[in-house]
Design a protein around this ligand. Sequence first.
Ligand code: NAP
Length: 274
Amino acid sequence: MKIAVYLRNRSLENDARYLGLIGKFTAGGCRVYEIRDDVPVEDDTDIFVSVGGDGTFLSSAVIVGNREIPVLGVNLGRLGFLSENTVYDVVDEVLAGKYSIEERTLLKADFGRTGSEELRSAYPYALNEITVHRAGPAMLGVDVAIDGNPLPTYWADGLLVATSSGSTAYSLSVGGPIVMPESKVLIVSPISPHNLNVRPLVVPDTSVISLSLRARDEKVFLTVDNRSLEVSTDLEMKISAAPFHLRRIRLAGANFIKALTTKLFWGEDIRNGR
Ligand code: NAP
């Protein structure tokens, strides 16, 4: 089995847990190589191991791109929701084949002929979300249409479109619903809307979400997961599900509800005990 290992935080390269992980895969008969700036991912890789937190997992999605190599998240970081596994439980389970593969929806941003050259050449796929956010003092008007059907203009700091995977990330902070990862939906949510009567909207992941802005400032921030660009407010963007998935390895015994309770303390209540 050929295993690519990606450690974004190189200050951990001598960490005993990291070295132990590589050593155990190697001792198990795997051919292990480390992804670095000058070592790209090889197409015949069987498993891509992302070592770090969720930020590293998002970067791993960019490196793997559309190759559909299964990605296993190992947490050496902080929260580790996407990369929920510990170095101690992964090797034996992977070598014993005790895992399944989840097909996680990715978003694709399409700018048509609008936007700068820099914007149009940026990697347009997101695992968590795509956002537009004010870059100046003035509120944004965000015009959104779902499959050509316009919604009332949002007056807000910005707007995000999230996947099911992203429902536990930024979307959660703006009052979005938590969505089981296998749900084929997208979340459209204003960021700090100046209205009493708007709510996050859940749409099928077959939708095409068109977005344009009314703004007094000249620039807005566009973020695609953990990457951001300052772009002109005359941006016109269509967001839809990408034509490929992120294939995430789920070890036997791991599940979404367990991650919600152990990582985000879902339902933590003195009456529920520990
Ligand atoms: P960061 O601001 O350093 O960290 C964001 C936090 O969100 C980290 O604790 C990260 O986990 C966690 N996280 C990322 N994806 C998650 C997911 N799908 N489910 C649950 N938690 C998740 O930024 P970053 O590490 O570069 O990650 C970029 C992401 O941060 C963006 O995609 C966005 O979703 C999120 N973000 C959230 C807010 C907010 O909630 N107000 C604001 C900006 C960005 P780890 O600790 O394991 O890395």
